[in-house]
Design a protein. Structure first.
Length: 253
């Protein structure tokens, strides 16, 4: 079996509240006869840990271990049978493409318009702003942990959408940093933890910042980064910046 991230349940801490069972869009969690949370099937768990945020006792955590690969199609069929079509459209990686535009789907994929104030055109503004990108490539699948520019750098790991949502991304977050981008929802994230761990282990980073959107699926990137730091075995704080879909920074930690 491949090594993957998957949910782990501490039965002694579980109080049977059931909040995790509804937070899991893939229907991977249920309560057993002892009123304790259990994993229904490994193939239903996407390993992103949306359930962690609702557990009041800390009984859940995402771990890395050998297990069956997440099967979005099977999870979709499972949720369709047990919860209906509307719920099935929320399954990570399946069903959303079947929804009508603007309806159903993952909350992070819901179509919405963001009102903006319009002002007079400012010719040449884009060229005047300038880019703070100082290396290439930037996509996590393509970067090399051995690239010399990572050595001793301040590293920014950003969810793909953040630079589009935050107008001041280059000046506020990217300036002076090296960049890696990834999407925990759409990328094949197998191997991401090990690759980031290798990058962190080899390059004596000065700082590490992860930037995510406030949509639920995006929290998976922060967990991937934290697991990578743990795997690397280095003493490195992870700073988190969360960007709202309104283009404003919602949280720094």
């Amino acid at each position: 079996m491949p090594t993957r991230t998957i949910i782990e349940i501490d039965r002694d801490r579980c109080n049977g509240c059931g909040l995790c069972t509804t937070a899991c869009a893939e229907g991977a969690l249920a309560l057993d006869l002892d009123n304790k949370a259990v994993l229904v099937r490994e193939i239903y768990c996407d390993g992103l840990g949306a359930c962690l945020d609702v557990c009041p006792t800390g009984a859940l955590k995402v771990v890395e271990k050998d297990g069956e690969t997440y099967d979005a199609g099977a999870a979709f069929d499972h949720v369709l049978e047990t919860r209906g079509m509307a719920a099935a459209f929320k399954v990570h990686g399946a069903g959303g493409e079947q929804a009508d535009a603007g309806h159903g789907g993952c909350p992070g994929s819901q179509a919405r318009e963001i009102p903006r104030e319009t002002g007079p055109d400012e010719p040449g503004l884009s060229s005047a702003v300038g880019s703070q990108l100082s290396q290439w490539p930037i996509q996590l699948h393509l970067v090399s942990p051995l690239a010399p520019y990572f050595q001793g750098s301040d590293l920014l790991i950003a969810a793909d959408c953040t630079a589009f949502a935050l107008g001041g991304f280059h000046g506020e977050l990217l300036k002076g940093k090296k960049l890696v981008i990834a999407c925990p929802k759409l990328d094949d994230t197998g191997g991401y933890i090990e690759k980031l761990a290798e990058l962190i282990r080899r390059n004596d980073l000065k700082s590490l910042t992860v930037v995510i959107m406030t949509v639920p699926c995006c929290s998976g990137l922060e967990r991937i980064v934290r697991l990578a730091v743990e795997r690397a075995g280095v003493d490195l704080d992870v700073r988190t910046v969360a960007v709202g879909i309104d283009g404003k920074i919602a949280r720094r930690s």
